[in-house]
Design a protein around this ligand. Structure first.
Ligand code: PLP
Length: 222
């Protein structure tokens, strides 16, 4: 069974190629809760972009496969006090959702690379969920664009439960336009998971975050 994830990756890439009609889309495999061995297996099959959602699990995994020179994406909620630690190994931060978090990433005096950053937008009606509320998006995007620690790349969101994902991703596409008004080069849209990636693609997703469809079911959280 050890070749199962690689086989699922190949099958997914075939479906993706059919669905995106030659438009360039980046597939990010979400490896959270899975061992580094699974990352190694998928990397051997050609996969380069991986995502994790919890520190320090993410750090340990990135270190375990550091020899492979992969691109690591951090897609979980970023706690301010751990943010700089995450920025040491994560090439792309998908969950920038407050000005305070940007400030935390700029703090300290250690040398660090400038990280690609996406502003996470909260598409639910609950302000307690991850992501900036749409009304605060422009100010946050401008703050990220001005940050010496970050390079504004675009937006990220998770479709809310209990809503048709296409409708949510349509709103996200409009939010993405506002971010492009801040910086026309910030044209990434990170959206779409195993259950809703087709809807995300229809609404302009450039980066898909796919877990279970490729990795199989996640082991229980440790
Ligand atoms: C776990 C996770 C995913 C992948 O979810 P699947 O349903 O397994 O594809 C994508 N995005 C985020 C933010 C996640 O936490």
């Amino acid at each position: 069974m050890t070749d199962a994830p690689a086989a699922r990756l190949a099958a997914f890439l075939e479906q993706l190629e059919d669905a995106c009609q030659a438009r360039g889309v980046t597939l990010i495999v979400v490896s959270k809760f899975h061992p580094a061995e699974l990352v190694r297996e998928l990397a051997a099959a050609g996969q380069r972009d991986f995502a994790e959602s919890r520190h320090p699990e993410s750090r340990d995994k990135a270190e375990a496969v550091a020899d492979l020179d992969l691109t690591w994406h951090f897609v979980g909620q970023l706690q301010r006090k751990k943010a700089r630690q995450v920025a040491r190994y994560a090439d792309v931060l998908h969950s920038i959702d407050s000005i305070e978090l940007v400030e935390a990433l700029e703090g300290g005096d250690e040398e660090r690379p400038v990280r690609d950053a996406l502003v996470q937008v909260n598409l639910t009606d609950d302000p307690g969920r991850g992501g900036v509320v749409p009304g605060d998006l422009d100010a946050l995007a401008e703050r990220v664009a001005a940050s010496p620690a970050l390079r504004l790349r675009g937006v990220m969101a998770v479709a809310p439960l209990g809503e048709e994902p296409g409708a949510a991703f349509e709103r996200l596409a409009r939010h993405a336009e506002r971010v492009r008004a801040v910086d026309p080069a910030a044209d990434w849209i990170s959206a779409g998971m195993s259950a809703d990636w087709r809807e995300a693609l229809e609404h302009g997703a450039t980066h898909l975050r796919i877990g279970t469809a490729i990795t199989g079911n996640r082991p229980a959280a440790g």
